[in-house]
Design a protein around this ligand. Structure first.
Ligand SMILES: [Zn+2]
Length: 270
């Protein structure tokens, strides 16, 4: 789960309150819940905006949701809260599995004595309630989501960790982490990366083995682009996994990749 800055994507025109207010009123006053207009909140402009904003990844588990992604109402709409159906800040992009699991009652807080959902008991990645998501959740050696020490009494953070530890995202995180582990082993650059990081700035020509140094820098660049860049599925948990399993900080990989790009006269990709 990653923090998403909603300011990066303007609200689509079709969700402007001047357009949606009549639909909100119709939904709120109609006797049938089916009066919600899916073609408004599910308009192709909204879908495109959400896909850009969430990088085609699930807003909850970070799985690739480019194919099975759906529009997710973070707080479920109802006739009593009809505005939530068309409210841009309430719309997320989610994978099908999370969309289904989120329907469970344990992740909802109801208005006393009613079935109206007051709030969702999960972290809102576009508006985390206490800083950044990355400061609330971390992933241990087994890629299990955990609340950080600062948030280990926070019910919403604990429930979010539980949500993220369902079998599907956990298995996928592990698979991806093992793939990354395989990449690092095959690259065989870990000692060279550590050595290069001690020298700043680095010129491979001054290294005892310049060819190995150049290759190490290039592999760091590829490691970042393949697993750690925010557009990759599960990139947040891969960043944790890198630190926990290999003792390597993402900032170090970024720095090594940057040096590779400078030496090769490539544009800065990140
Ligand atoms: Zn998901």
């Amino acid at each position: 789960m990653r923090t998403v800055d909603r300011n990066r994507e303007p609200r689509p025109g079709v969700l402007d309150p001047t357009q949606t207010t009549p639909h909100v009123s119709a939904y709120a006053t109609c006797s049938s819940a089916s009066s919600v207009k899916k073609h408004i909140y599910g308009h192709k402009d909204v879908v495109a905006a959400l896909q850009r904003l969430f990088l085609r990844k699930c807003s909850l588990c970070e799985a690739d949701a480019s194919k099975d992604g759906v529009i997710e109402h973070f707080i479920p709409h109802s006739q009593a809260r009809a505005n939530l159906a068309y409210e841009w800040t309430n719309l997320h992009w989610s994978c099908g599995a999370c969309n289904q699991r989120k329907k469970r009652e344990e992740f909802k807080e109801f208005r006393p004595g009613s079935k109206i959902v007051e709030r969702t008991l999960l972290i809102d990645s576009t508006a985390p309630h206490g800083g950044r998501v990355e400061e609330m959740i971390w992933f241990d050696q087994k890629l299990r989501a955990q609340a950080t020490i600062a948030f280990n009494q926070d019910k919403v953070v604990l429930l979010t960790a539980e949500f993220l530890n369902a079998s599907m995202p956990e298995t996928e995180r592990l698979r991806m982490s093992n793939e990354m582990q395989g990449f690092i082993s095959e690259a065989g650059c870990l000692p060279e990366w550590r050595a290069l990081l001690l020298l700043s700035p680095v010129d491979p020509a001054t290294r005892p083995d310049p060819a190995l140094a150049r290759r190490a820098l290039e592999m760091a660049d590829r490691l970042y682009l393949l697993f750690l860049h925010e557009t990759n599925p599960f990139s947040t948990s891969m960043r944790c996994s890198l630190a926990v399993r290999h003792g390597l900080e993402v900032s170090s990989v970024v720095e090594l990749g940057r040096r590779h790009r400078v030496l090769q006269n490539l544009s800065a990709a990140y």
